[in-house]
Design a binder for this molecule. Structure first.
Ligand code: SAH
Length: 219
C-alpha cells in the first residue's frame, strides 16, 4: 500500500530498512500501479544509510504524551509542509506497525513529525499515515495534479456569461434598482460557484436560447 502511495504522490525513492518481509506476489498485488517502487526499493540495513544526503529528515510518530522527552517534541504536519519549502531532499521515516520507531531511530532525524488526530487514540495505520503526509506535501508542491485536466473558464467566458445575464435582466426587469441588484447578485453567484468551462458554457447556452425566444416573442 505504501508503494502504491509512492506512485500516487510522485515520491522519488522508497527505502526499506532491514525489512523482515520479502517482496512477494502479495506485496506486488497490493502495490497495484506502484509495483515499480517495490521492484526498485532500496534495501539497507541501517537507517543512517537511508538518510544520507537528506536536507531534512523527519521521523513520524503518534506519541505526543511524553512532554518532557527531548526526542518527542512534535511538529504538526501543516507546519512541516511549510518548513520543507526550498529543500531538495526531504526524507520521511515511518515506523513499524507494532512498535513504531526506536529511540535510536528517532535520534537520527531532525524533526519529530506528528499528524494531529484524536487525543484519545491518535495512532493511525501505517499506510494511512503515509497517505496523509504524502498528500499534504504533494498538494503544496506539485505544479500539476490529476484534477488539472478539468478545463476552467477564461475571463472571456465569464464576460460572455455576464453579458447574457445583463441582457436577460434588462428584458425582464423594468425597475432599474432591481435590475442592478439582480445583475450583481447573479455575478456573485457565478464567480463564487467556481464553475468548470463546461458548466459555464451551459449557462451561457441556456441564456442565449431563452433570449432568442424572448426576442422572437416581442416581435
Ligand atoms: N506507537 C507507535 C505506533 C506505530 S503506528 C508509534 O510510535 O507511533 C505505525 C507508524 O505509523 C508509526 O511508526 C508512524 O510512522 C505512523 N503513524 C501512526 N500514527 C501517526 C500519527 N498520528 N502521526 C504521525 N505518524 C503516525
Amino acid at each position: 500500500m505504501v508503494a502504491r502511495l509512492c506512485k500516487n504522490f510522485e515520491v522519488d525513492e522508497l527505502y526499506l530498512v532491514k525489512p523482515k518481509a520479502e517482496i512477494n506476489s502479495d506485496a506486488i498485488n497490493f502495490a497495484a500501479g506502484g509495483r515499480e517502487y517495490l521492484e526498485k526499493a532500496i534495501i539497507v540495513d541501517d537507517l543512517e544509510k537511508a538518510l544520507e544526503g537528506s536536507d531534512i529528515a523527519a521521523c513520524t510518530s503518534s506519541i505526543v504524551t511524553e512532554k518532557s522527552d527531548p526526542l518527542r517534541q512534535p511538529v504538526e504536519l501543516k507546519d512541516f509542509v511549510d518548513m520543507i519549502e526550498g529543500k531538495e531532499l526531504v526524507s520521511i521515516v515511518f515506523g513499524r506497525e507494532s512498535t513504531g520507531l526506536t529511540r535510536s531511530e528517532l535520534e537520527k532525524c531532525n524533526i519529530y513529525l506528528h499528524i494531529g488526530a484524536s487525543h484519545i487514540y491518535p495512532t493511525l495505520n501505517l499506510s494511512h499515515a503515509v497517505a496523509i503526509i504524502l498528500y499534504e506535501i504533494f498538494r503544496k508542491f506539485s505544479s500539476k495534479t490529476s484534477i488539472d485536466i478539468v478545463e476552467r473558464p477564461s475571463q472571456e467566458d465569464f464576460r460572455i456569461a455576464m453579458k447574457y445575464i445583463a441582457k436577460a435582466s434588462e428584458l425582464t426587469m423594468n425597475d432599474e434598482r432591481q435590475r442592478i441588484s439582480a445583475i450583481k447578485s447573479l455575478e456573485r453567484i457565478v464567480y463564487r460557484s467556481n464553475p468548470t468551462k463546461m458548466e459555464l458554457s451551459y449557462l451561457i447556452l441556456l441564456l442565449r436560447r431563452l433570449l432568442k425566444y424572448a426576442e422572437k416573442d416581442q416581435k
